[in-house]
Ligand binder design. Structure first.
Ligand SMILES: Nc1ncnc2c1ncn2[C@@H]1O[C@H](COP(=O)(O)OP(=O)(O)OP(=O)(O)O)[C@@H](O)[C@H]1O
Length: 275
């Protein structure tokens, strides 16, 4: 099991922002965490990584690949990050130091996790760049963050998250800052990578159209509580709450049939409108 969250409760300065949620991500499974702004999605992701902001307190339990995160020392949780769980944020620039080349930054976690030589780590950085389908990986790793496009930098950030060969990948709105055609390419990349590597995926979004292309199952958060949990198909075709009906409507009105969007083969049956 990649991730098991049980009765997770997060309070910030005494205010409950996540209220006793439980869900799981099996090995290789793609699960969406969806909800409106402020529903607690990002804090849930940060809790999994042991990166809650000052003043936030988590109770309950979070097992990452079998190891407990809640109540564990910062040093022990830091060991899980990167190696057991990788994260991709909305803004790829937040994952990189602007004054170091992409190759060096991709090589850092490889050296840390695998204890290989500098040359081996540099070679693996090129491999990671190739894995995330960056064009001309040998050339690209020599570039600095400002010398590549936003879409290329997000690909590199995904490479960085995968550098420690984690069991679980968390993506927090990873396409929101990108334009529509690039969004579709990045979703396609997540799709291929998690299939190829067998990594579990927890994909955070407020957009059901995005979720429908990437996840099999979704957990719906509202004001810090889970209000629906089931297959994405069920959510789309048989919404049980007003919130999910609204998410379906807004997906239909915006990106549901946007040009350049990539349907997933099979399960969700392509571009058809929800019934
Ligand atoms: N550092 C912080 N200090 C105080 N309150 C916070 C902090 N971070 C988040 N919150 C509050 O916790 C609640 C949940 O926030 P969270 O960022 O998890 O929501 P979200 O669903 O990810 O929203 P968004 O889609 O806008 O990112 C919100 O009410 C938010 O204002």
């Amino acid at each position: 099991m990649s991730l098991e969250v049980n009765d997770l409760r997060i309070t910030i300065d005494g205010r409950v922002v996540v209220d006793g949620i439980s869900f799981r991500v099996e090995d290789g499974e793609r699960v969406g965490l969806i909800g409106e702004s402020g529903s607690g999605k990002s804090l849930t992701a940060l809790a999994v990584l042991g990166l809650l902001p000052d003043g936030a307190v988590a109770t309950g339990s979070i097992h990452v690949d079998g190891d407990e995160v809640v109540g564990t020392s910062d040093r022990d949780v830091a060991r899980l990050r990167g190696r057991r769980v990788g994260i991709v944020f909305q803004e790829p620039r937040s994952s990189f130091n602007p004054i170091r080349s992409l190759g060096r930054q991709l090589a850092d976690p490889v050296r840390r996790f695998e204890g290989v030589s500098r040359a081996e780590a540099a070679a693996r950085a090129v491999e990671l760049a190739r894995l995330v389908r960056l064009p001309d990986p040998e050339v690209l790793v020599k570039r600095y963050p400002h010398q590549v496009s936003g879409g290329q930098l997000q690909r590199a950030a995904i490479g960085l998250a995968l550098a420690g060969r984690p069991q679980l990948l968390i993506a927090d709105e990873p396409t929101t800052a990108l334009d529509v055609t690039i969004q579709a390419e990045i979703l396609d990349l997540f799709d291929r990578l998690v299939s190829e590597l067998g990594t579990g995926l927890l994909f955070i979004t407020h957009d059901l159209a995005v979720l429908r292309r990437i996840a099999d199952r979704a957990v719906v958060l509202q004001n810090g509580s889970i209000v629906e949990d089931g297959s994405v198909d069920d959510l789309v075709h048989r919404p049980r709450t007003e919130l999910v009906r609204r998410l379906v409507e807004s997906a239909r009105a915006t990106s549901w049939s946007a040009p350049g969007s990539l349907p997933r083969d099979g399960v969700h049956g392509g571009e058809e409108e929800p019934r």
